[in-house]
Write a protein that binds this ligand. Structure first.
Ligand code: AMP
Length: 283
């Protein structure tokens, strides 16, 4: 596995691969890789000849007081996991290589970023779309894979690519979960044993609402109430939001449609975790 640390070298590699008629699949990450990340790698590999994974903890997408400086890292382990997974290139730019002196350009997707995580993290998606634009320009992928765990991010990237005519296919990958249902996340490493146990309420809250829809419940407030009561039962958990939204627009829905996204964000102790599930009203 090759490790490339700057955009010009990454672009030269991509040009060579493209000239040879091969397709490039790309998985952007912030590292501290888990099996969820590796499932995205497999999706990219199934669709393409070559696979590039980036690791970059992007300061632009962290707000003041968030976990930028303590974000978990284990580069040796990540490298081994990617090599063993058959990844061709690890793209590993430094902060200074990514944001050179006098950097002053930002990419903003406006409406789909306003609700949900955008409400509590106002700078977040602007940082994501700016770095993803730069990563796409460096890696020149045919296909880029993003996880549905960060559903609003996936929708935002699809909007970015459609609006700015990026020549890349965006593929969404299902949420990979721990045996108790907790969505895998690098941030799960922050949880104490007690918090990790409490975090089991996230998938349980989603499951309770999904079950209610299966049994015919369609009232938005009732469904949100059911999910909330599961979260509220955990003393270490503080709800940031629980919302039912249209999966295309990320706007709150007044009634449950064919497909409605139930999305939530909670703090377990100091750790902010997100999760979601699609509720299908058509049986
Ligand atoms: P991150 O390293 O957290 O920025 O995530 C990198 C990519 O992996 C994003 O597209 C995430 O949505 C995706 N991802 C993270 N956790 C999971 C998971 N449990 N299942 C599927 N995809 C995930």
């Amino acid at each position: 596995m090759q490790v490339i640390d700057c955009a010009p070298a990454m672009q030269a590699w991509a040009d060579r691969v493209r000239c040879s008629g091969q397709r490039i699949g790309f998985v952007p990450t912030m590292g501290y890789l888990h099996d969820g990340h590796l499932s995205l790698v497999q999706t990219a590999q199934r669709r393409c000849d070559r696979c590039v994974v980036s690791i970059f903890v992007n300061p632009l997408q962290f707000g003041a007081g968030e976990d930028l400086e303590r974000y978990p890292q284990d580069l040796d382990r990540d490298r081994r996991r990617l090599r063993d997974a058959g990844v061709d290139v690890l793209y590993l730019p430094s902060r200074t290589a990514m944001y050179r002196e006098n950097f002053q350009t930002e990419v903003l997707v406006s409406r789909v970023t306003q609700g949900l995580c955008g409400r509590s993290r106002p700078e977040h998606f602007r940082g994501v779309t700016t770095v993803v634009t730069k990563l796409f320009n460096a890696v020149k992928p045919h296909v880029a894979v993003f996880g549905e765990k960060d559903f609003q991010q996936l929708v935002t990237i699809r909007r970015l690519v459609a609006d700015l005519d990026f020549d890349v296919q965006i593929v969404g990958a299902p949420i990979f979960r721990e045996p108790d249902g907790l969505a895998m996340s690098s941030r799960n490493a922050y949880l104490s044993a007690e918090e990790r146990h409490a975090a089991g309420c996230l998938p349980r809250a989603l499951a309770v609402a999904k079950e209610a829809v299966t049994e015919g419940e369609r009232d938005v407030e009732t469904l949100l109430g059911k999910a909330r009561s599961v979260l509220d039962a955990e003393p270490t958990v503080r709800v940031d939001y629980v919302e039912l939204v249209d999966p295309d627009t990320m706007q709150r829905v007044p009634t449950i449609g064919n497909s409605t996204l139930l999305a939530l964000a909670v703090y377990v102790g100091r750790t902010r975790l997100i999760d979601n599930v699609m509720l299908d009203a058509v049986q």
